[in-house]
Design a protein around this ligand. Structure first.
Ligand code: NOJ
Length: 580
């Protein structure tokens, strides 16, 4: 029934590029028995035993002490210029607005490693990658780039780009090993982020902290995760601890990263099998969505309360949306134009409309799901939800193309058994990345990343649409954008890898379009964050897909980092256009 939505959602998501395979219960071991009281060290050990029950132990990095910044650090020789100057001529006099945030973005699971250190509890990703290795291309987040120990040198390396901000996420199970409200709080976990934030601040880099970037504590996953409404309270407890600890130094907060993609995992990861009462893979994303929205809004209420009580500094808070407004496959087809609106509703509107507009889901979604499936908010809840974001944040990598599902729009919308229902978009990846005239929408990213093309020429249009559809007094922030260089994983030599021309072109074209959007279209765009400063653990693709501005040698004991050409290109763009 709703599999069409889930399939499209997942396939078009930039971040989890490999299509999910449904993993049936016999293929994976049981989730750990939930721990709801006591919370002893033995309980924690049991959770880790559940992670390792398949005989794949958690490993440590070679470097297990914090490396200090290098005394004689340099970026090395400047690369040759590869972009002809005329390409930048029409933006050369333009400037970014005062206070513009220029930064990079990371997420705890993807960079930290040290998963068992400091009393951290296991997350859903530790559990899946160890127990169902195919889920993570046979790799684990145990070490990844070892940010936990190498962050000082990494901040030093990123500072050389001239960034004024850095977006990172806090791992919930590092703070609360069991996740839940009664869980002990890990002082070592809290201390790690204190040190990390202090290092950023010391280097003149503004920290932007995300509370949740998909790493659900496994102990909560065993209790249904975001399919169980009780997680709202657990999340609020976690958020409150974090706000109080860092709320004097962190002034920009994000509650959730990419809620759409996150909720879609409930349709495809094994966890839905633990659900009771007939909740199945088809229904689960729509049970997740209201719980996540409520968790977001409740945490924002807590944040604002702490600010008004003077307990923490006044800052701003939002949620990082995902999704986009696609182009119609055939611009002359009314039906394709309509389906493009429908995709925007289902992908972006599901979370944006309640939070940024009126507490309701878009009409097309409400018409599709009865309240018994998609919980409607009460008036009281709506009052908390609407306006629960101080700015509009979006991970806007690219747009796609929407084509009407075979059989036509009306027939599809009225038939819940149609495989394309309820979005009614043709889910063929080819029609999502090319147009009626046969041309692609843009240069393809790595072929394993079927959801991403370079569509930078359409981003101005998208930003215009966005600022009209979800106007925000706090402006728009592009909290992630980036590109997987095609075939990078296959390149044998470093000198080949470092010439990442498609990524550099994507980034520069995008940045130039953004300059025009700000200066000519008067879009209130206030910040942009590049995904990502170094190659890291790209979820299901693990280290097989590269988004980094720096190469990481995952076979070297020190996980050596090397700048790619895109790093310098971006640095030079901001040198020219950022107001000093
Ligand atoms: C968005 C996600 O937030 C991030 O975790 C992911 O790695 C990138 N997109 C690239 O896929």
């Amino acid at each position: 029934m709703w599999s069409a939505l889930l399939r499209t959602t997942v396939l078009s998501a930039v971040l989890i590029p490999i299509a999910y395979a449904q993993i049936s219960p016999p293929d994976f071991p049981p989730l750990p028995v939930p721990i709801t009281s006591g919370y002893t060290q033995t309980d924690l050990d049991q959770l880790w035993q559940s992670v390792e029950q398949n005989g794949i132990p958690v490993v440590k990095a070679n470097i297990t002490r914090v490396l200090e910044p290098l005394a004689n650090f340099s970026v090395g020789p400047e690369p040759p210029r590869f972009r002809p100057a005329y390409l930048q001529a029409n933006t050369s006099g333009l400037r970014l607005p005062e206070g513009f945030l220029y930064g990079v973005s990371t997420a705890a699971t993807q960079v930290e490693g040290a998963v068992k250190e400091g009393g951290r509890g296991p997350s859903s990703w530790d559990w899946i990658c160890h127990n169902v290795p195919s889920t993570c291309s046979g790799e684990t987040p145990d070490v990844t780039v070892n940010e936990y120990y190498q962050y000082k040198q990494d901040i030093q390396r990123v500072k050389a780009m001239g960034v004024n901000t850095f977006s990172f996420s806090i791992a919930w199970p590092r703070i609360l090993p069991f996740g839940s409200k009664g869980s002990p709080v890990s002082e070592k976990g809290l201390k790690f982020y204190d040190d990390f934030i202090d290092e950023l601040v010391k280097n003149g880099i503004e920290p932007v902290a995300t509370l949740f970037h998909w790493d659900t504590p496994i102990n909560l996953m065993s209790q249904g995760g975001f399919l169980n409404r009780s997680i709202v309270e657990d999340f609020n407890n976690y958020a409150s601890i974090v706000f109080q600890r860092y709320g004097k130094k962190v002034k920009t907060w994000i509650t959730f990263n990419e809620p759409l993609v996150y909720c879609a995992i409930y349709a495809t990861f094994p966890f839905d099998a633990t659900q009771k009462g007939g909740v199945n893979a088809t229904l689960s994303p729509f049970i997740c969505a209201p719980n996540l929205i409520e968790a977001h809004a409740t945490a924002v209420q807590t944040y604002r309360g702490l600010v008004s009580q003077g307990k923490i500094a006044k800052g701003k808070i939002s949620i990082k949306h995902d999704g986009q407004k696609p182009l119609p496959f055939d611009p002359d087809s009314e039906s394709d134009r309509e389906v493009a609106d429908r995709v925007a509703d289902f992908y972006l509107g599901l979370f944006s409309q309640p939070i940024h507009v009126d507490g309701n889901y878009p009409q097309s979604i409400e018409d599709s799901f009865p309240p018994s499936v998609l919980r409607r908010f009460t008036d009281e809840e709506k009052d908390i939800i609407k306006g629960s974001a101080d700015f509009y944040a979006i991970d806007a990598y690219a747009v796609t193309v929407a084509k009407t599902a075979p059989g036509g729009l009306e027939a599809c919308i009225s038939d819940v058994n149609n495989v394309y229902w309820p979005v009614c978009q043709d889910t063929n990846p080819v029609t999502q990345h090319s147009r009626v005239n046969g041309w692609p929408i843009g240069a393809t990213a790595d072929p394993a990343n079927t959801g991403l093309s370079d569509t930078t020429q359409h981003m101005r249009e998208f930003l215009k649409w966005l600022s009209e559809k979800y106007p925000s007094p706090g402006g728009i922030y592009i909290t992630e954008f980036g590109f997987t260089e095609p075939f990078e994983v296959l390149l044998p030599e470093l000198y080949q890898i470092t010439w990442d021309e498609r990524r550099a072109n994507y980034l520069l074209d995008y940045l130039n379009e953004a300059l025009l959007a700000i200066n000519e279209d008067k879009i209130d765009l206030r910040g942009m964050f590049i995904w990502t400063p170094f190659d890291n653990f790209e979820w299901r693709s693990a280290t097989q897909q590269k988004y980094g501005l720096q190469h990481v040698n995952f076979s070297a004991p020190g996980l050596d980092r090397t700048y790619k050409i895109s790093f310098f290109q971006v640095r030079d763009f901001f040198r020219e256009h950022l107001l000093k």
